[in-house]
Design a protein around this ligand. Structure first.
Ligand SMILES: Nc1nc2c(ncn2[C@@H]2O[C@H](COP(=O)(O)OP(=O)(O)OP(=O)(O)O)[C@@H](O)[C@H]2O)c(=O)[nH]1
Ligand SMILES: [Mg+2]
Length: 251
């Protein structure tokens, strides 16, 4: 069990393109409530330690890993598919997909021709550093590649778990409303960049882009904000430019 959010980690599955399950976590007994705070601290400390290993592993190989987080349906997979189509000819790209169940997103990514590993978290609501390590072992990305990690759709728990990534990308779509940065401030405060997606829908929703941007800045003053539409391609150039200037995380 995840002591931070109570979600389960007993049924994690890491599957490569061939689709064979490779690893499972171990079931944990229910901890007494009094121990929850200690367990949470220990769990996050252990995660940070493993994230450090990931960072070193990635840096040794010159691999840039980007952690994409958002609520379900904001457009992470769509953004990746369009990005891969534009970037993959000039740069090796690979993807790790995190979802509670199914291989739907991995299958969509595989359609673009790049290597992909699906991690199913079962009842778990986030990826952690150990899951990423197992995913990277399965994926074996080439040196110098760009590895996109699509986290489980959730604006809460993924923000707590350092994966050893070079940057955290939070995607929010205009259809979610202006208030999400205020209601989920931790997620927006850990972002290196906020992608505001689906701007093609602005004429149809009661949302002011300037207000959404202001709310992002109110919880993370210096954050880079990239409004775009995966559907029309507007704003995609700035996103690609940002991506191509990323370096592996410093160890
Ligand atoms: N109009 C519009 N629709 C979009 C855009 N980007 C994505 N969508 C649609 O939004 C829906 C959800 O997109 P996904 O890419 O599956 O979202 P996701 O964040 O990967 O979702 P989960 O993996 O379930 O968390 C799909 O129907 C997309 O076609 C966009 O820029 N404009
Ligand atoms: Mg997705």
């Amino acid at each position: 069990m995840c002591g931070t959010c109570g979600c389960g980690e007993s049924d994690v599955r890491v599957e490569g393109v061939a689709g064979h399950p490779h690893a499972r976590g171990h079931p944990h007994a229910h901890e007494p409530v009094a121990a929850v705070v200690d367990i949470e601290t220990a769990l996050l400390a252990k995660n940070d330690h493993l994230a450090g290993h990931n960072r070193a592993w990635l840096a040794e190989r010159g691999i840039v890993a980007l952690n994409l987080m958002s609520s379900p349906g904001s457009g992470k997979t769509s953004l990746l598919r369009r990005t891969i189509t534009e970037l993959a000819p000039s740069r090796p790209v690979a993807v790790i997909e995190g979802d509670q169940e199914t291989r739907i997103d991995a299958d969509k990514i595989r359609g673009t021709g790049v290597p992909v590993v699906q991690i199913n978290t079962g009842s778990g609501c986030h990826l952690d550093a150990d899951m990423l390590a197992r995913g990277l072992t399965e994926l074996a990305p080439p040196p110098g590649s760009l590895v996109f990690v699509e986290n489980v759709g959730n604006l809460v728990c993924p923000a707590l778990f350092d994966l050893g990534e070079a940057a955290r990308v939070v995607v929010v779509s205009v259809t979610e409303g202006e208030d999400k940065p205020l209601k989920y401030p931790y997620m927006f405060s850990v972002a290196d960049v906020v992608v505001i997606n689906k701007i093609d829908l602005l004429p149809y929703v009661d949302v002011q882009l300037a207000q959404l941007v202001a709310h992002c800045r109110s919880v993370n003053a210096g954050v880079r904000i990239l409004p775009l539409s995966v559907t029309t391609g507007e704003g995609m150039d700035a996103w690609s430019e940002w991506l191509l200037t990323r370096e592996p995380a410093a160890v």
